[in-house]
Design a protein around this ligand. Structure first.
Ligand code: ADP
Length: 187
């Protein structure tokens, strides 16, 4: 089963992605985690990505494709993958379709995690205090929300046309949200 977790920054994609990966046994692809690792290790790709991330902008598509190609092609992704924070642009979504089509697969579920903007800013500022992520300051947070609305949210209607979007209320306890996602992706 191929599942995409789609939602604004702060919606809880990472938390729910971990749980869903455990439940389904599918490998999880989190471009945010892969990028933060590259930045920490100061690889060439990490150095290129850092400036965009700190400003709350998207990292260019070709950098992202370099990052996820290997995972998408890997044997362990054969039965399905769980994508969290990816795809984020129409070009990335088309690339995913290409990879899946090559193995006669397709996206089964796009989980659209909905949280209102005030709650998102509150969560992200809370995380800033706890984890000290360099893009969790208020200016970058507002920018990330804007970028989400402009570049990523349009994917919801693209996928809606295929009948694969499952809209989830992502406000509640971790367990409550996990249950809603579990039910929506059970078939
Ligand atoms: P959040 O969704 O909370 O902003 P992520 O960890 O998913 O957190 O992403 C953090 C940053 O990494 C983004 O603001 C962006 O700069 C970059 N990034 C992550 N995934 C992608 C992607 N698929 N395409 C472009 N940039 C990405």
């Amino acid at each position: 089963m191929n599942i995409i977790l789609l939602g604004p920054p702060g919606a809880g994609k990472g938390t729910q992605g971990d749980l869903l990966s455990d439940r389904t046994g599918h490998p999880q692809i989190s471009t945010g985690d892969l990028l933060r690792k590259a930045v920490k290790e100061e690889t060439d790709l990490g150095k290129r990505a850092k400036g965009f991330m700190d400003q709350g902008l998207l990292v260019p598509d070709e950098v992202i494709m370099g990052l996820i190609e290997e995972v998408l092609r890997s044997e362990k992704a054969r039965d399905g993958v769980l994508m969290d924070g990816f795809p984020r642009t129409v070009a990335q979504a088309e690339a995913v379709d290409g990879f899946l089509a090559a193995r006669s697969a397709a996206i089964d579920h796009v989980v659209s995690m909905e949280v209102d903007e005030e709650e998102l800013v509150k969560r992200l500022l809370g995380r800033a205090a706890e984890e000290g992520r360099s893009d969790d300051n208020e200016i970058a947070i507002r920018q990330r929300l804007k970028v989400y609305r402009e570049q990523t949210e349009p994917l919801v209607s693209c996928y809606s046309d295929r009948g694969v979007v499952r809209v989830i209320d992502a406000v509640g306890t971790v367990e409550e949200v996990a249950q809603r996602i579990g039910e929506a992706t059970a078939k």
